[in-house]
Design a protein around this ligand. Structure first.
Ligand code: FES
Ligand SMILES: [Fe+2]
Length: 362
């Protein structure tokens, strides 16, 4: 099977990407190298690296990294010691240096090797010229992003006008509230495809469908991101009590749903925002991490009815999406299915995602 695949940039003529992209582990390896290492990945929260010396560790694909604050500068490094690949940091915390857990080599917060004990007899060994391998790091609002290969355009360039569009929502000052993770038996792209269209709303989410103005639902693709506009349905007298949201009660009726290539979503509302990160854990499994932020974080989200209601509604939608995504993954293995067609009016967001995949993979 060839790794490359044909793809038509015209949605009206295009077929969807071949089933093997969802089934064959070789594509996950390719995606790790060409997609995940080459793009901005959400890796953590700015609040965890607010003070000098604060750090956290995380993983992007097979790559362990450490993000830290060195005075005014946010830095990131591969969490891999130059000696024999031990970890130079674990968990999170606050330190003035990073010390490898294996033989104790010590690095400064700028990545330079400060101490390597008992290396006296080793020739051509110049600690002053050795430093941890950096990754590109940037923050937007409360979120920290990293780019492994250092070649992605600056984060603010990739985000285009997004920060300006959401300025009124107050994301900059939002703080972390809570998180939830789901292990889902589907390829990461099945979950992303599903997020990128509202076409499945009437059948998969009857509850949510009642809230949204389906006729005016639309997706607006940009270079590396897309917006989804999902206006609330106007409330008509009699059925108001059946509704969870009342658009007349808020100044900014439209929430903003942003997808950032390849695997992150930002769902932004007035005073509240949620990030969704889709992390592949195999060619047919992914973990989806939801994190909530708020301008007025509750002391205990589990104890406040406004938050428990919000989280329960989110769970309901998520369970519906998981059910269909897992069923689709099983069917993508069917001997009779390879490629389908797009709805030219409803699936431009999915087609945009697949165009970017095609661009990065081939
Ligand atoms: S592997 Fe880090 S000091 Fe040996
Ligand atoms: Fe959905």
């Amino acid at each position: 099977m060839p790794l490359v695949f044909p793809f038509d940039p015209n949605i009206a003529r295009a077929a969807t990407i071949p089933a093997r992209l969802y089934n064959d582990p070789v594509y996950l390896e390719l995606e790790n190298e060409r997609v995940f290492a080459g793009t901005w990945q959400l890796v953590g929260r700015a609040g965890d690296v607010a003070e000098h010396g604060q750090y956290f560790t995380t993983q992007v694909g097979d790559n362990a990294i450490v993000i830290l604050r060195d005075r005014d500068t946010l830095r990131g490094f591969y969490n891999v010691c130059l000696h024999r690949a031990g970890p130079v940091a674990t968990g999170c915390g606050k330190r003035n240096t990073l010390q490898c857990r294996y033989h104790g080599w010590t690095y400064g917060l700028d990545g330079g090797l400060l101490r390597a004990p008992e290396m006296e007899g080793t020739e051509q060994f110049r600690p002053s010229e050795m430093r941890l391998v950096p990754v590109q790091v940037a923050a937007w609002g409360p979120l920290v992003f990293a780019n492994l290969d250092g070649k992605a355009p600056p984060l603010l360039e990739v985000l285009e006008d997004m920060p300006a569009r959401v300025a009124a929502f107050g994301c900059d000052t939002m703080r972390y509230v809570t998180r939830k993770t789901w292990d889902i038996a589907c390829n990461w792209k099945v979950y992303v495809d599903n997020y990128l269209e509202g076409y499945h709303l009437p059948v998969v989410h009857p509850g949510l469908h009642k809230e949204l103005d389906y006729d005016n639902y639309r997706v607006e693709p940009h270079r590396y991101l897309s917006y989804q506009h999902a206006p609330l349905r106007p409330v008509h007298g009699g059925n108001a009590s059946m509704r969870r949201y009342d658009p007349s009660k808020t100044d900014v009726p439209e929430a903003l749903y942003v997808w950032l290539f390849p695997n992150m979503m930002l769902n932004i509302y007035m005073g509240q925002m949620q990030t969704n990160l889709v992390v592949p854990v195999g060619h047919d499994r992914c973990t989806v991490i939801f994190e909530w932020y708020s301008s007025e974080p509750p002391t205990d989200a589990a104890a406040e009815s406004e938050w428990t209601k919000l989280l329960a509604f989110s769970d309901e939608i998520q369970e519906e999406d998981i059910g269909i995504c897992e069923a689709v993954q099983r069917n993508l293995r069917s001997r009779i299915y390879d490629r389908g067609r797009y709805s030219a009016t409803r699936e431009n967001g999915v087609h945009h995602f697949h165009s970017l995949l095609h661009e990065f993979l081939t």
